[in-house]
Design a protein around this ligand. Structure first.
Ligand code: NAP
Length: 328
């Protein structure tokens, strides 16, 4: 039941693996959580369920020996939460007031909810170049993705050329990972210098399967709806010349943006906008009573399973904290 005066014991914001895992644990601890699962944004970039809703096959989430699609996994997690009578509202949070307790959250319908504790699990969104062809093949699941760890092992990339876009550590890591399956692995970078750490650069530049396409910007992803991605058209920055590269996969690694715009000024964020955890092993934040889990507070691992683990920790932290406060 709701705590005194219509104030929720705990509100969970976000509905990816972190949010649903937190909800399952909180519900089983009798905290009667309310999940604000997000509303579909006009550009469909933000939808309930988060990034996994854009993923086809998930082969690395333990417990599914035959794999499971991203949307199926999210529906399963949601159904599991519903089994424990978690209350769910299909709204996004637009504003929060964490300056005093109980906290107040204002949603996309203009309604407010007050809560003794809040778990933020709004995730991070991969950055995309914004090319229409990129979006087309991404949504069709035909060779455009922002997660090599998730998708690199699929047959369509085996022994085929692929491209990684970006010059940071993520791009280096993804390119090195992809060399297990694909050949060659092109790194497409817009400058003549990589941003990545020296050690990663050295590994990449010494790798026989990796070729860096310097000073190059993708202008079109090539292919068709049967074969999927078959190539990429590049513009050479210095000469403005166009050239085509044959690839079967287009892997974006141009950074992520944490979904924390609604938290500005209310909670401590790091220089990249991720929620700062007070202690790496806990879910506590700079505001007592506000906890964070999943990619919104993790720019390093960004896996469904690590997010789920963080969701579990957040629910346990909330349970203990509410007990300390005498809120039952
Ligand atoms: P990042 O360091 O911000 O690098 C993003 C890369 O994408 C940059 O090379 C950037 O080019 C390029 N880029 C951005 N927008 C672009 C656009 N519109 N078109 C073409 N290229 C574009 O992001 P990250 O690689 O995801 O790394 C994020 C953080 O996590 C970093 O601090 C990184 O060190 C860390 N990380 C560490 C490890 C590790 O230690 N193993 C692994 C992964 C990530 P410019 O260089 O020209 O700006």
């Amino acid at each position: 039941m709701m705590a005194n005066g219509g104030t929720e014991k705990v509100v969970i914001v976000g509905s990816g693996p972190a949010g649903w895992t937190a909800a399952i644990y909180a519900a089983r601890a009798n905290l009667d959580p309310l999940v604000l699962e997000g509303a579909i944004s006009s550009d469909s970039e933000m939808i309930p369920g988060g990034q996994l809703m854009f993923t086809t096959e998930v082969e690395n989430f333990p417990g599914f020996p035959g794999g499971i699609t991203g949307p199926e996994l999210m529906i399963a997690l949601r159904t599991q939460a519903e089994r424990f009578e978690v209350r769910i509202k299909g709204v996004s949070v637009e504003k929060v007031d964490f300056s005093k307790r109980p906290f107040v959250l204002t949603d996309s319908e203009g309604d407010t909810v007050s809560a003794h504790a809040v778990i933020i699990a709004t995730g991070a969104s991969a950055n995309w170049l914004g090319l229409p062809t990129e979006e087309h093949f991404r949504k069709a699941g035909l060779g455009v993705t922002a997660c090599a760890t998730c998708d690199g092992a699929f047959p369509r990339y085996r022994d085929r050329p692929v491209a990684v876009i970006g010059g940071g550590d993520s791009a280096m890591e993804e390119a090195l990972y992809l060399t297990k399956f694909s050949n060659p692995v092109h790194i497409i970078h817009r400058r003549d210098q990589l941003r990545a750490s020296k050690i990663m650069q050295e590994r990449v530049l010494a790798h026989e399967k990796i070729k860096v396409e310097w000073n190059s910007v993708p202008v079109e992803v090539l292919g068709d709806d049967t074969a999927g991605v078959t190539g990429v058209r590049l513009r050479e920055v210095k000469t403005e010349k166009l050239r085509d590269l044959e690839i079967s996969g287009f892997f974006l690694a141009i950074g992520h943006t944490p979904n924390t715009a609604f938290l500005q000024g209310q909670i401590e964020l790091n220089e990249k906008g991720y929620v700062k955890l007070k202690d790496t092993y806990r879910s506590t934040t700079s505001v007592e009573g506000v906890f964070a889990a999943g990619d919104v507070a993790d720019s390093v691992y960004r896996q469904a399973i690590t997010a789920a683990g963080m969701g579990c920790k957040a629910a346990i932290d909330v349970e203990r904290w509410l007990a300390e406060q005498g809120i039952e």
